[in-house]
Design a binder for this molecule. Structure first.
Ligand code: GAP
Length: 516
């Protein structure tokens, strides 16, 4: 774990050094859990968004997009339940004065039991070598059994406390498990209290007329309140989906782990409207489709897993997370929820407007049920960075840091490098670049040795570099260098555009989603 923490620290400083992510307002000492994306970060982020958007709207004829406003009528948040129930249980340590989420402290405790079990297994696997039977060991080893039982008991108690919204019991679990504050090391805890996560502001100029409004904590409600607009204007037939990408805001209590938990972040959400009674079938289908979307990036299938929810929100009848193995453990990147007809019915009630769909096949009107897929752009960004970051030792002992980003997502697709800064090579390189820059993002670089320039491109994940040398002037060929293998091949200048376009096209990944 210590090694993983070390890698995470390196990832954060690498992100800053190479223009991916900067702390917001840095010259004023920053603003908690708010970040800015730099010149490479914004390209990667835009590519992630395009991958998601295209997978939704191009691959599904019945999914269309919208872009709703961040400011919405405040009653929307009453109807959605956010005013009354969008809370986190918080607890303070009286000695350090630090504030924590009670549920997170307990989840971390559960993860500790898992760690203990995994360590026992690792030790035994080393001791017994090939003869090791993991299954049998799990079923018989007393220490594994003891930790499994403790974990199970804690898990059950925790789930019940959450389901009952029993704040006293959450505190009691923290006391009974002897959980200490990581800063003060003491168990001097306050009571657990609920804390609403929505930011509010005022709209309108006079004190009398000003309206208290909220910065949206999710983009989904913009979709629900536009359901009829899209259905009618697009003559959409159920089942159909509405997709949206946009900013969301939450006043997170525990905002740590870089861009994993932010106060201003971006979501990519899709609400899929279906006939009542068919929702679980569609839930299963979207679960599999979304997992294929993640795995198609090629970062390694083992890095993903489903985590089905024990505690279902009162309006949901199924929910799962897609988790990615971050340097700090498996963490949620995406949520998939079967939200029944809760949101549309609630908006019907609060607005007084009928929100129903007439199904011509059934000759009947009903409130559609909804399957939601909801993924954070920033978390996805972090998972891709973490999954791509490699430190390699090369022949001769030299090291390189390389981001093995999926080529279609890389900020720069091609670096154009004249071998030397003279003899007409820069001019030839510029000529090639001026032709290719219409196809994909190219970067020209003539400074420093070719080795240093390759390292710079490796560090930002550029999948291909071409070198223009003296021979290029006579044979009109360049050397393409591949980022991951560092292999080089000689190709005619006239073919570079096609070769690179084929390799960096999003089409390659999108096709994988539909094939598997
Ligand atoms: N409409 C459903 C919804 O918002 P959620 O599980 O609260 O569900 C969905 O959020 C996704 O949004 C999460 O899986 C995560 O990727 C992202 N997300 C949520 N809170 C976030 C935060 N504070 N910072 C970054 N991403 C966040």
């Amino acid at each position: 774990m210590a090694q993983q923490e070390e890698i995470f620290k390196k990832l954060i400083s690498h992100s800053k050094e190479y223009g991916f992510v900067f702390p917001s307002s840095e010259i004023y000492d920053g603003l908690g859990a708010v970040y800015d994306y730099g010149q490479n970060g914004v390209e990667l982020k835009n590519n992630i968004k395009k991958y998601w958007w295209d997978s939704m709207t191009l691959l599904n004829e019945n999914v269309v997009g919208i872009d709703s406003a961040i400011f919405m009528h405040p009653t929307i948040w009453k109807a959605s339940g956010h005013v009354d129930a969008f809370n986190d249980p918080l607890i303070d340590n009286k000695d350090s004065k630090k504030r924590y989420r009670a549920d997170v402290l307990i989840e971390e405790q559960i993860a500790k039991y898992d760690d203990k079990i995994e360590k026992e297994i690792e030790k035994a696997a080393k001791r017994f070598g090939e003869a090791f039977d993991e299954q049998k060991f799990r079923e018989t080893n007393p220490r594994v059994l003891e930790n499994s039982a403790k974990k199970e008991a804690l898990h059950t108690r925790f789930a019940k406390a959450l389901n009952d919204s029993n704040l006293e019991e959450l505190r009691q679990i923290i006391i009974d498990e002897e959980i200490v504050c990581p800063v003060s090391g003491t168990r001097n805890w306050t009571d657990v209290r609920q804390f609403n996560l929505m930011f509010s502001t005022e709209m309108g100029s006079t004190a009398d007329g000003a309206l208290k409004i909220y910065l949206r904590p999710e983009t989904a409600q913009g979709i629900f309140v536009n359901f009829l607009n899209v259905q009618k204007s697009g003559r959409m037939k159920i089942p159909f989906g509405i997709a949206q990408i946009g900013k969301a805001f939450r006043n997170e209590i525990v905002a740590r782990q870089f861009i994993f938990r932010m106060r201003e972040f971006e979501q990519m959400e899709m609400q899929f409207f279906v006939r009542p009674g068919e929702e679980l079938k569609w839930f299963e289908q979207w679960k599999q489709t979304r997992m294929r979307w993640h795995k198609a990036l090629g970062l390694g299938d083992k890095k993903y897993r489903f985590h089905d929810h024990d505690k279902l929100a009162h309006y949901a009848n199924a929910a799962t997370d897609i988790e990615f193995e971050m340097p700090f453990g498996f963490k949620e990147v995406e949520g998939i929820h079967s939200r029944t007809d809760f949101d549309l019915s609630s908006h019907e009630k609060y607005s007084g407007k009928k929100i129903q769909y007439f199904d011509p096949e059934l000759n009947q009107s009903y409130t559609p049920y909804v399957i939601e897929t909801s993924i954070g752009v920033d978390r996805m960004f972090l998972s891709i960075l973490a999954g791509s970051y490699c430190e390699e030792t090369l022949e001769g002992g030299e090291t390189r840091v390389v981001l093995k980003l999926p080529p279609a997502l890389a900020p720069v697709k091609l670096a154009v490098l004249p071998l030397v800064k003279k003899d007409g090579l820069p001019e030839k390189a510029r000529e090639i670049m001026d032709d290719l820059k219409f196809n994909f993002n190219c970067q020209y670089d003539e400074k420093d040795s070719i080795g240093k320039r390759y390292r710079r491109q490796d560090a930002i994940g550029t999948p291909y570099c071409i070198t223009i040398d003296h021979e290029t002037l006579t044979d009109n060929q360049v050397t393409i260098r591949h980022r991951d293998t560092m292999e080089q091949e000689r190709v005619p200048v006239t073919e570079v555009g096609k070769i690179i376009t084929d390799k960096v096209s999003l089409k390659n990944i999108l096709k994988k989603i539909t094939q598997s």
